[in-house]
Design a protein around this ligand. Structure first.
Ligand code: AMP
Length: 391
């Protein structure tokens, strides 16, 4: 896979066709719930990676990545995926869903060098995480790839595409942009992955997705992954798949192993002081704070820094390079507090977040579940606190 260069001076432009999401009233009682620690139930997978008869290079890379057993979603989708079946996986981040589509996809790309794959993800961060995992799984294969995400200069992407890459990973807006420029031709793309379909639809990408799917090779294998399977998602799947295998590993509606509570405040100064005290308490370690807008996120992070906390922010107004740097610092514990907007934090794969703080209430209960799902991962108990105006 090729290397991608990142520059810091490119600002993110909002796509015109995204929906403005209205805030729903959520009864504060729904933000209060005692954590029920998850009892680890060992999953006994039907298959081992060795039994899958993968390309030796992929099998070796998986061993080097420390993948010894297939996760449930992998166990139930990879064999069918390797047999060329269309797959619909209902699974959250953290279930191993990326490898569930990346392994059969990369195996096919290595077996048949004429095959071409397109992976579409809702956010740049997720697209990058997918790209990183593909890079590891296909390490040493010399597969050519291109990462087509917004907020990055177009010229390097145009150069990547000139090499006729076997795998293209990107976000809908930028992929469509390249199609319109005729720098990306999907006519011979015979493998398509749509990750987090429900999120892409929430973000208003339906027409972009439909257009992209209409232009791909009609004879193809498709993988659809989504946290939910509502009518909109079903509509896309039914319109663009061929007798797919459905697998669901989604468990509960809300993260049961997250201790959830509210923090009441009276005024804005009371609010920030309460947050300050919270962040100072011993139990609060690595914290993801959600706020509403790019501006409020930036302001809150600066305020926390001013108050002596090691904090930074991530939002759509930052360049991709800045967002990546911040994420890396958070992952490496160089900063303990990350203030984020919903979109920027979507799909974040950081395992040791102890607290999620909703400094502003989420737009919907579904967003709330998404937010608090960033803590309490890998079998640990997490904490979620939601600030509520006592007036
Ligand atoms: P995902 O749900 O794709 O975001 O994956 C969550 C995390 O699980 C990632 O850090 C993966 O590298 C890791 N992972 C995925 N599959 C396996 C596996 N079979 N064994 C160990 N780790 C895995």
């Amino acid at each position: 896979m090729t290397n991608y260069r990142y520059r810091s001076n490119v600002k993110y432009k909002r796509s015109n066709n995204r929906k403005t999401i209205k805030k729903a009233y959520i009864n504060p009682d729904r933000f209060i719930q005692k954590a029920i620690p998850i009892e680890e139930q060992p999953y006994s997978s039907e298959f081992t990676f060795a039994q899958l008869k993968l390309q030796p290079l992929i099998e070796n890379n998986l061993i080097n990545m420390g993948y010894s057993k297939l996760s449930p979603i992998q166990d139930q989708t990879i064999p069918a995926g390797l047999n060329g079946k269309d797959i619909v996986g209902i699974a959250n981040t953290g279930t191993g869903k990326t490898a569930a589509f990346a392994i059969p996809m990369l195996n096919r790309l290595l077996t048949d060098r004429n095959s071409k794959a397109l992976v579409i993800a809702p956010t740049r961060e997720l697209a990058q995480q997918i790209e990183e995992q593909c890079r590891l799984i296909a390490r040493g294969s010399k597969l050519d790839g291109a990462l087509l995400i917004g907020g990055m200069p177009i010229m390097p992407q145009l150069r990547e595409l000139k090499f006729n890459p076997q795998i293209v990973i990107g976000t809908p807006g930028r992929i469509k942009d390249h199609m319109e420029r005729r720098s990306l031709n999907l006519g011979n793309c015979n493998l398509i992955v749509l990750d987090e379909v429900d999120r892409m639809l929430d973000m208003g990408f339906i027409s972009d997705i439909t257009e992209i799917l209409n232009q791909a090779n009609p004879i193809r294998q498709s993988f659809y992954f989504s946290a939910t399977l509502d009518n909109r998602v079903k509509g896309i799947i039914q319109g663009f798949s061929n007798d797919p295998v459905y697998v669901s590993v989604k468990d509960t509606e809300t993260s049961k192993n997250v201790q959830q509570d509210i923090v009441k405040y009276k005024t804005s100064s009371d609010k920030i002081d309460k947050l300050h005290n919270l962040l100072n308490s011993e139990t609060v370690n690595k914290t993801l704070i959600f706020d509403e807008t790019q501006r409020s996120v930036e302001k809150l992070s600066k305020e926390l820094e001013y108050r002596g906390f090691s904090s930074d922010s991530i939002h759509g107004g930052k360049s991709q390079a800045q967002r990546q740097r911040v994420l890396k610092k958070f992952k490496n514990n160089e900063i303990k507090i990350l203030v984020a907007t919903d979109v920027a934090a979507r799909g974040l794969d950081v395992v040791d977040i102890t607290h999620v703080i909703n400094y502003s209430t989420p737009n919907s209960y579904e967003d709330y579940v998404h937010r608090i799902g960033r803590t309490g991962r890998a079998g640990k108990t997490g904490n979620a606190l939601t600030f509520i105006d006592s007036k």
